[in-house]
Design a protein around this ligand. Structure first.
Ligand SMILES: [Zn+2]
Ligand SMILES: [Zn+2]
Length: 203
């Protein structure tokens, strides 16, 4: 019997790989690691840069915002309020009325949020920083949260025979991979991209 290189679908879920993220440092652009201390609680995440030693807790980026509507106390004009990035929750704010030019004390419902560095792109879910491991295959972006994730994708693409997991209730990491990674005709290009991503470690 020939030795078939199998990818055994002992199901690694995407979640299992989300305990840390390798990203670009927001200060020096070098390689930084985000540790998630409590499973899937991104509010417990902490960033550390191995290049400039910058560190930050995601909780330090907590801000208050309000996007509610209020009415002028003097002339009842509708006041559009969009307030963000407050570090503390104010007891009230003074809203200026464009109609009567007077100010109204407005008490608002404030909500907390984490001020991410970026809201979209190929970013981590805690800080919103660009993932360290990303590359391109024919115009599609291939990315990995961390080294373990990268190795898992590589193992899968290298395997000649792929077995599906029998557990239908869990979405495995492999099932979540975009199709261009799974397509046989892209195999060599995907492997090359993964190699480039791996080499980035040694830069
Ligand atoms: Zn840095
Ligand atoms: Zn008014």
């Amino acid at each position: 019997m020939t030795n078939v290189n199998r990818y055994q679908g002992d199901p690694i879920r995407m979640y299992d790989l989300m305990d840390h993220f390798t990203v670009h440092c927001p200060k020096c652009n070098g390689k930084a690691e985000i540790e998630v201390n409590e499973f899937l609680r991104f509010k417990s995440a902490k960033l550390r840069c191995g290049t400039c030693f910058f560190s930050e807790n995601v909780l330090d980026r907590t801000r208050y915002r309000s996007s509610g509507t209020a009415w002028c106390m003097h002339c009842s004009t509708k006041l559009a309020l969009k307030i963000e990035e407050r570090k503390i929750q104010p007891a009230y704010i003074l809203a200026h009325c464009p109609e009567c030019n007077k100010k109204s004390k407005v008490r608002e419902n404030w909500e907390t949020y984490v001020m991410k560095y970026k809201e979209e792109g190929i970013i981590d879910p805690a800080f919103g920083l660009d993932l360290w491991y990303q590359d391109e295959v024919k115009g599609d972006v291939i990315w990995a949260y961390n080294e373990a994730h990268l190795q898992e994708i590589k193992k899968y693409v290298k395997a000649e025979l792929r077995e599906r997991t029998t557990n239908r209730f869990k979405m495995t990491m492999v099932e979540k991979l975009p199709n261009f990674i799974k397509m046989a005709k892209n195999r060599d290009d995907v492997l090359k991209a993964l190699d480039r991503m791996e080499k980035k470690n040694k830069d």
